[in-house]
Design a protein around this ligand. Structure first.
Ligand code: SF4
Ligand code: FES
Length: 368
């Protein structure tokens, strides 16, 4: 299968971040500052991505505003004709810097929140005072005239705040709110027992979202991602592996998905060594699960195989140790009942303590 050009590029400029969210999608083995690509290397990648046909660039991390060259990279992307989005925790960027980013061509901001009140949000983020800083940053985003999406990751320890999260997004005049249940790979998998919601919590969330969508039509767009473990069919993760998205790690590894490094059986090409278009078209990691030829049964004979593309490869690997299995979130997978049983057990008997995402915890993890 010859793929279309990628629609969007997500660049993880750094893994450095002052927050320590226990569900971070960064790999457990995080990149240190010394391994990060230089400004010139990132600018070269941005030009290559635009040449390849990418339409959008998402500046992410870690915390992308840690990089002092972010304005240069945004300007490079805007000059190359890419739509530019900043995905940030908002705790390190003051109004003057945000205005410089807007002047450089920044077009949209996605701001992450860990809860609706400071005590809960700051505990989850492992960062005292973060919630207040985020609220202030949201005001700066609006003052700079930039569109704002508020991102909330929800789980057992903050699901009861869902209505308050939606109210917050309305108060801060966000255009959109994304309420995403945790996806369990990497750090989140380590913290699954502390994060998994119960089925009752999920049902309450679904009702709240549906009522809010009705109430806030034309005011706030609401995206809601359910927890895979309670789904009957999987999501079309990444819009199909190697079909719509490219991710680049701080050191230049080119990944088909932000969590792809959790699949330890894959090796990834590096944009420091090969051109981006070659990696997109021919890279073994991209070709491994692109299209439908790689699929096992029951996906191979299934009429949804070009709708959900067999679900999520990272989840298949996390649960079965084989990324080429049907996503266990699918009720047709032989591993589905095990997945549901795990969810119910974690939701009922998991503790409240987190393994926070930081270099110290990473070092203490077995195998790293
Ligand atoms: Fe999707 Fe495969 Fe399940 Fe069919 S069997 S719904 S293609 S994951
Ligand atoms: Fe990697 Fe789904 S998160 S394919």
């Amino acid at each position: 299968m010859i793929p279309d050009p990628p629609f969007a590029l997500l660049v993880e400029l750094t893994h450095r971040c002052p927050l320590q969210c226990p569900y971070c999608s960064n790999p457990l083995d995080m990149e240190r500052a010394a391994g990060e690509m230089t400004t010139e290397e990132w600018c070269g990648v941005i030009r290559q991505a635009a040449g390849l046909g990418c339409m959008q660039i998402h500046f992410s991390g870690g915390e992308p505003t840690v990089r002092p060259d972010l304005e240069i990279l945004v300007a490079e992307a805007a000059a190359a004709g890419l739509y530019t989005n900043l995905i940030t925790s908002g705790v390190l960027c003051d109004r003057a810097r945000l205005e410089r980013l807007a002047a450089a061509g920044l077009e949209h901001v996605q701001l992450s929140f860990q809860g609706a009140t400071a005590p809960i949000a700051d505990r989850i983020a492992g960062y005292a005072g973060g919630h207040e800083k985020k609220l202030s940053f949201a005001r700066d985003v609006r003052a700079a005239g930039l569109p704002l999406t508020a991102n909330f990751v929800v789980h057992r320890q903050n699901a009861h705040q869902l209505d308050a999260m939606i109210d917050m997004a309305v108060e801060m005049a966000a255009e959109r709110i994304e309420i995403a249940n945790v996806q369990y790979y990497g750090w989140a998998l380590k913290n699954r027992a502390a994060l998994m919601p119960s089925r009752d919590q999920l049902n309450v969330m679904i009702e709240s979202v549906s009522a809010a969508r009705e109430r806030l039509k034309g005011i706030l767009a609401i995206d809601f991602v359910v927890p895979d473990y309670y789904a009957r069919r999987p999501k079309p993760c990444m819009g199909g592996w190697g079909q719509r998205f490219l991710n680049i790690s701080p050191s230049g590894k080119v990944l088909p998905c932000h969590a792809a490094e959790s699949i330890t059986t894959l090796a990834f090409d590096n944009v420091r060594e090969k051109p981006l278009d070659d990696i997109w078209l021919n890279g073994p990691a991209f070709r491994a699960f692109r299209g439908t030829d790689w699929m096992p049964e029951p996906c191979r004979a299934c009429d949804r195989k070009e709708i959900d593309w067999g679900g999520c490869r990272c989840q298949a690997f996390a649960i079965t140790g084989d990324a080429a299995q049907t996503d266990p979130a699918c009720a047709l997978s032989k591993n589905h009942s095990r997945l549901v049983a795990t969810a119910l057990e974690d939701a009922q008997s998991g503790g409240e303590d987190f393994v926070y995402r930081n270099f110290r915890s990473a070092k203490a993890l077995p195998g790293l």
